[in-house]
Design a protein around this ligand. Structure first.
Ligand SMILES: Nc1nc2c(c(=O)[nH]1)N[C@H]1C(S)=C(S)[C@@H](COP(=O)(O)O)O[C@H]1N2
Ligand SMILES: [Mo]
Length: 200
């Protein structure tokens, strides 16, 4: 009980961490955060490109990408600028659909996500290869709006949202780590919200 006689309940995640990471506040709105201008839809020559250290590099056209099996999951979203939005329902292609086709080599330790706008973001393969990571096409049952990365973006719920590249067109598997767009400009390389890995 606090001073006002209300219970102060801190929601916990199954692993015991606070659901709301320290330094974050909750919003029901969904702010748009983009460095670049929202592109005017998918480029006609868009391909989803899996490159680098994988046994089976591949490219998919939009029509081929849409044929991949779909999954739906609900996850919280945490932006480094301190807003969090709970219970986003994402529909898209689970990352393991991609990983099982590509088969990363033993020396693939990092991944660079690429946007067709030029945005990039890096993460350990371990962070990408997780149960709740997907390439999203829908949010809360609607096609992903252009401002939010539509028609196709990456979602990595356990890291700050700058790892969730909007307007995705490829994943590059690497042996050595390399900083992406914001990581070069001072955002933390790893970005764990529960460790407040915001800037470095
Ligand atoms: N291509 C691209 N992806 C991006 C960004 C960006 O500037 N460009 N910003 C990142 C940041 S900092 C955040 S918080 C989220 C915001 O996603 P939203 O605009 O859908 O809320 O997208 C991430 N992905
Ligand atoms: Mo962000």
């Amino acid at each position: 009980m606090n001073l006002f006689g209300r219970k102060t309940v801190t929601e916990k995640l199954p692993d015991g961490k606070d659901r709301l990471p320290s330094g974050q506040y909750l919003t029901k709105k969904w702010p748009v955060l983009s460095y670049e201008r929202t592109p005017a839809g998918l480029p006609p020559d868009w391909r989803f490109k899996v490159t680098g250290l994988v046994e089976e590099p591949f490219e998919l056209t939009w029509e081929e990408f849409l044929q991949l099996p779909r999954t739906t999951l609900t996850a919280d979203f945490h932006c480094v600028t301190t807003w969090s939005r709970y219970d986003n329902t994402w529909e898209g292609v689970h990352i393991r659909e991609i990983l099982q086709r590509a088969r990363p080599l033993a020396n693939a330790h990092y991944v660079m996500a690429h946007s067709w706008t030029g945005y990039t973001t890096n993460m350990p393969l371990e962070a990408l290869d997780d149960d709740d990571v997907l390439i999203a096409l829908k949010h809360d049952e609607k096609d992903l709006p252009g401002d939010h990365g539509g028609p196709v973006r990456l979602i990595v719920p356990k890291l700050y949202a700058y790892k969730s590249a909007k307007w995705l067109d490829g994943l590059e598997f690497m042996e050595q780590d390399r900083p992406g767009f914001w990581e070069i400009r001072g955002y933390h390389n790893h970005a764990d919200p529960w460790k407040e890995e915001r800037y470095w």
